[in-house]
Write a new protein. Sequence first.
Length: 137
Amino acid sequence: MMTSYTKPLPIINDDNRQYWEYCKQHELRMQQCNDCGYIRFPPGIICPRCHSMAAGWVKLSGRGKIYSFVVYRVSYHPSYADDIPYVVAVIQLAEGPRMESDVTGIKVEDLKVDMPVEVYFDDVTDEVSLPKFKAVS
């Protein structure tokens, strides 16, 4: 049993359940349209590019770059008070999609746009593993 996790957890539903199951297996997978090849995130029932409903799940490299980031110096949720300052970044994945996540293991002042990052998974509960990113050289 994991220790108690007090931060907000994702709401898992029929549209995103498979994504979270892959995260639990420490795999970053996203939906790819079977018709046009577009890799999309977040998961959904229809391709935003060609409107096809045919899709499968493709395993991604987990590598990308910081597209943008913000540094929070105020805790807007009580569970983040001990983490100030903390970073929320938009990661541009090598395969195209963008996703929001934490960037850890680096000083806030050393973060840069276009910095290479790679995914790792934080097993925060027995049911949820969160994809997070760390800087790589």
